[in-house]
Design a protein around this ligand. Structure first.
Ligand code: AMP
Ligand code: GLY
Length: 487
């Protein structure tokens, strides 16, 4: 595999950055000297808080960008595949990446939380744009570090990534700005949480405040279960420091929909909808996972739902963050529940979903770099997002035993069957190169995505393609997209 020297040909579209190459016009105190850059800068300065390290790229020809992607999952592979299609990009690096990403990017052995190393690498290689795919580095402040070093980066700063990093923060924000969500209380003290439960209506939902790999949510049907849950989260600290604080929330019922969006601090652009399958087993049984499969669009995300969310949720969230002096630039992932009282926010994430990205990005027609740059420059109002009029389904191939315990290191066969097949994608999640072969290296191993004219065709194609791949402890759900039949 050509891991080392991925260089894309392609013609520069020109225009946007042509003729704006000046010395030292970048960095937080940089001065832009183009009309567009100037007005963008003025807007930023007038807001006082806006990102200022936006002009570095303008030193370079726009068709020769070097992009660094931070992360190593299927989501980052999907991002890398979109970036690889951009006419503006000449070279892609990924830290740390995986075997699949290594086929379109140069993977560097730097962990996503090694901020110093990432920043040093980006400076050394004169990276024009760093895209941070994962929640942990975003919540930890990687964007802030990159920007302080004068580098251009895509994702929310630490003070905005808290939208995902603290459930108590996001619930308080929604309450303050009247964004529809489940009723809740926040607790720092397990005794008070236990006392509250005595009069609470069951079932209740307990959520560890901080990041917990999507596992810090417990749905409790009885008072006993709920009391045990408080102990698990706050006293036994099963989810670590994430459980020092806890949210107890009203249980809601309805269909779940994931909606991803690009945000530039003030403008929001909604991507096509998707639905995840969080539980490990068929029929939504077993433990919660990172996600076992997705489809897009969701037929339950109707025009009526969309109109409601546009009116009460999307822009309201962006405006709320701006009002709190935490302008959000990056991806907001709205986890929605369509209740009989209307859509409610289940959670926010500050990044693409995984595996939502694997069905949404392959359907996006825009050059992803154009959209990302508009987010950083505060010009997203000039972008119209476009998606194919088709559908996509992603089936995750996992290691048997995920999410609890599983073996890895098994050789993977059949990957070559995806080569040259339009509408079929094999996104790598937990894989690595081992000599001449690619072996399993995680719980979620691959995300097999296929498109089709409609959801039924996409699902059929995805399950067919899922059979092309072999490894010893391969496990998948067989009912991804079952909800399609219930429309
Ligand atoms: P979260 O990480 O907040 O998305 O929660 C994980 C999963 O728990 C969600 O995808 C839902 O399936 C479920 N969940 C979270 N909050 C609630 C709620 N208030 N009512 C019912 N289910 C919930
Ligand atoms: N698939 C859900 C998530 O990325 O959090």
């Amino acid at each position: 595999y050509g891991t080392d020297h991925f260089t894309k040909g392609g013609v520069c579209e020109g225009g946007r950055y042509a003729g704006v190459i000046t010395a030292k016009s970048y960095g937080r105190s940089g001065v832009a000297d183009t009309a567009a850059g100037y007005s963008a800068d003025r807007r930023r300065q007038s807001k006082g808080k806006r990102r200022q390290s936006t002009d570095r790229l303008k030193e370079r020809q726009s068709c020769a960008m070097k992009v660094l992607i931070v992360g190593s999952g299927g989501r980052e592979h999907a991002i890398a595949a979109s970036v690889a299609k951009s006419k503006k990009v000449d070279k892609i690096y990924c830290a740390p990446g995986n075997a699949g990403i290594g086929q379109i990017a140069e993977c560097v052995p730097i962990g996503a939380m090694e901020f110093d190393k990432i920043t040093a690498f980006a400076k050394e290689k004169a990276i024009d744009l760093t895209i941070v795919g994962m929640d942990d580095p975003l919540v930890g402040g990687l964007i802030d570090e990159l920007e302080s070093a004068g580098l251009r980066a895509f994702g929310p700063r630490k003070n905005a990534a808290v939208l995902e990093g603290s459930k108590a923060f996001s619930k308080d924000l929604m309450k303050k700005y009247h964004i529809p969500t489940a009723a809740y209380e926040t607790f720092d003290d397990p005794k008070k949480a236990l006392a509250y439960l005595e009069t609470a209506v069951m079932p209740v939902v307990l959520k560890a405040d901080g990041l917990a790999l999507g596992k810090g949510v417990l749905i409790c049907n009885t008072l006993e279960e709920a009391k045990d849950g408080v102990k698990t989260i706050m006293e036994d600290k099963k989810f670590g420091a994430a459980g020092s604080r806890m949210v107890i929330e009203e249980f809601m019922t309805g269909r779940e929909v994931s909606v991803l969006s690009f945000v530039d601090g003030k403008t929001i652009r909604i991507m096509t909808s998707a639905q995840d399958h969080k539980r490990a087993g068929d029929g939504d049984t077993g433990l919660n996972t990172g996600g076992m499969g997705t489809f897009s669009p969701s037929p339950f995300y109707t025009e009526e739902v969309d109109a409601f969310c546009r009116k009460y949720i999307y822009q309201a969230t962006v405006d709320a963050m701006a009002s709190e002096e935490r302008p959000f630039q990056g991806i907001i992932f709205f986890g929605l529940m369509l209740t009989d009282k209307g859509p409610r926010v289940l959670e926010y994430n500050a990044r693409f979903g995984d595996p939502e990205a694997q069905v949404v990005l392959p359907r996006m027609k825009n050059d992803i770099i154009d959209v990302i740059e508009a987010c950083i420059d505060g010009t997203l109002d000039q972008i119209t997002l476009q998606f194919e009029e088709n559908a996509a389904v992603c089936v995750v191939l996992a290691s048997e035993g995920y999410p609890v315990s599983y073996e890895k290191g098994f050789p993977i066969g059949g990957l070559e069957k995806f080569e040259g097949k339009d509408g079929y994608y094999c996104f790598h999640a937990g894989t690595k190169e081992d000599g001449q072969q690619i072996v399993t290296n995680g719980g979620r191993v691959l995300g097999v995505t296929a498109t089709g004219r409609d959801l039924h065709e996409a699902r059929e194609n995805a399950y067919q393609a899922a059979e092309w791949v072999t490894f010893e402890n391969k496990y998948m759900r067989h009912d991804i997209g079952k909800a399609i039949d219930e429309v």
